[in-house]
Design a protein around this ligand. Structure first.
Ligand SMILES: [Zn+2]
Length: 70
């Protein structure tokens, strides 16, 4: 489970599956997963397009801690 939703469903956070880094308040700022992920991709995140993950932050991607098929 990579994306954490808050109970009221208005906000969500993304957790790196490599180091556990959390990006908070994505839902509050970007409103939906598609938009949030496209932004994170530009910031170096790698992983599945779906919210189910796995996902890795730029640091894990660069260090080779996480490797994905695509
Ligand atoms: Zn990471």
């Amino acid at each position: 489970m990579t994306v954490l939703h808050v109970p009221d469903g208005t906000d969500f956070s993304l957790v790196c599956d490599g180091c556990g880094m959390v990006v908070d308040h994505l839902g509050a700022n970007l409103h939906n997963w598609e938009l949030a992920w496209s932004l994170l991709r530009r910031h170096g995140w790698i992983g599945e397009r779906s919210a189910g993950g796995p996902h890795g932050c730029r640091r894990c991607s660069a260090s080779g801690v996480l490797t994905f098929d695509r």
